[in-house]
Design a binder for this molecule. Structure first.
Ligand code: SF4
Length: 318
């Protein structure tokens, strides 16, 4: 298999309203206002299984158009307000977010950046220089978080280039990737990627925060991808979503399964108030009740922090 065969896989996707309407026999309007990206392998899985959890997370719906009218915002956590430089968000003293891409393996319909995502191939061009300059000028930093989009949607060569750049700064002790790829594009976890990540483990600690919301997202292939990543420390982040996982037993199953795969539950995000995704919203009281129930079902070390993101930073709710 070619190293980057995932790229071929990435190109095979539903990108337009017409393609979605035809594949799923739907009738979304031609002027559907949000981007669409469903990899074909996932589209096939959704169609074959008719799994409602997958459908509601990844299939565009008319509810998104209806929910534009409610209180959602385009940039609910203030990325633009906190963006000091192209591709960098600096909210906390010790760490920065760096966005090497706006591509994702799939566009999740609830995404807090759904109004910012697009498909620019050359997004990284020029940004490495900006990152290098920022690191030179901010020696108090000790962590770089690669987010996006999904930072694993860039090539192995570019990932290696970024890690080499970061390695020059001895004050950087941690490099974190926030990624949905192991779950939604498991083929992305190729041997070369593992080799590159492993080659930097003596320079800084690499942490992979895997985004997953429900146990039914785990296919055989994604389980294998996660197993390949076992030399890397893995944490999880999930979003609490109405109609997907707002149930203590569903989350219990998820966190137990993740633990069995070597992934420690880390964050459970309260859903952001996103324009076009308010149909996933629920109130904090419901989230707190679910957390209380989880404490009856799981040991404390298997329960993630329930958090809410604001422009000023994260607030732990439970
Ligand atoms: S993978 Fe993450 S950034 Fe990309 S669409 Fe899904 S939630 Fe948004």
């Amino acid at each position: 298999m070619k190293n980057d065969s995932w790229k071929t896989h990435f190109k095979e996707r539903l990108k337009t309203v017409d393609e979605v309407n035809e594949y799923f026999s739907m009738n979304l309007p031609k002027d559907f206002p949000f981007d669409i990206n469903i990899p074909l392998h996932l589209a096939k899985e959704i169609k074959d299984s008719d799994n409602q959890v997958l459908r509601s997370q990844f299939l565009p719906t008319k509810e998104e158009i209806t929910s534009i009218q409610s209180r959602g915002q385009e940039d609910p956590i203030g990325d633009q307000e906190n963006s000091k430089h192209q591709g960098i968000v600096h909210r906390y003293q010790n760490r920065i977010l760096f966005f090497p891409t706006t591509n994702c393996p799939v566009i999740c319909r609830y995404c807090f950046r759904k109004n910012e995502l697009s498909d620019h191939e050359d997004y990284l061009k020029g940004r490495l220089g900006v990152l290098e300059k920022y690191l030179q000028e901010n020696s108090a930093l000790n962590e770089v978080i690669l987010s996006g989009g999904d930072p694993l949607m860039i090539s192995n060569e570019k990932i290696e280039e970024i890690l080499h750049l970061i390695k020059k700064f001895k004050n950087i002790k941690y490099v974190r990737f926030h990624s949905r790829s192991p779950i939604s594009m498991p083929r992305r976890i190729d041997d070369k990627l593992i080799e590159i990540l492993s080659s930097f483990v003596s320079d800084f600690k690499i942490i992979l925060v895997v985004h997953i919301n429900h146990v039914s997202e785990l296919s055989d292939e994604s389980i294998k991808a996660v197993q390949k990543l076992s030399p890397i420390k893995m944490l999880s982040q999930s979003v609490l979503l109405k109609g997907v996982n707002n149930d203590a037993f569903i989350l219990k199953d998820l966190f137990q399964k993740l633990d069995s795969l070597g992934i420690s539950p880390y964050y459970l995000h309260h859903p952001d108030k996103v324009k076009g995704a308010m149909h996933f919203d629920l109130n904090i009281e419901e989230g707190l009740k679910i957390m209380k129930e989880l404490r009856q079902l799981l040991p404390g070390w298997l329960i993630p922090r329930y958090i809410q993101d604001f422009s000023s930073g994260k607030v732990t709710l439970a």
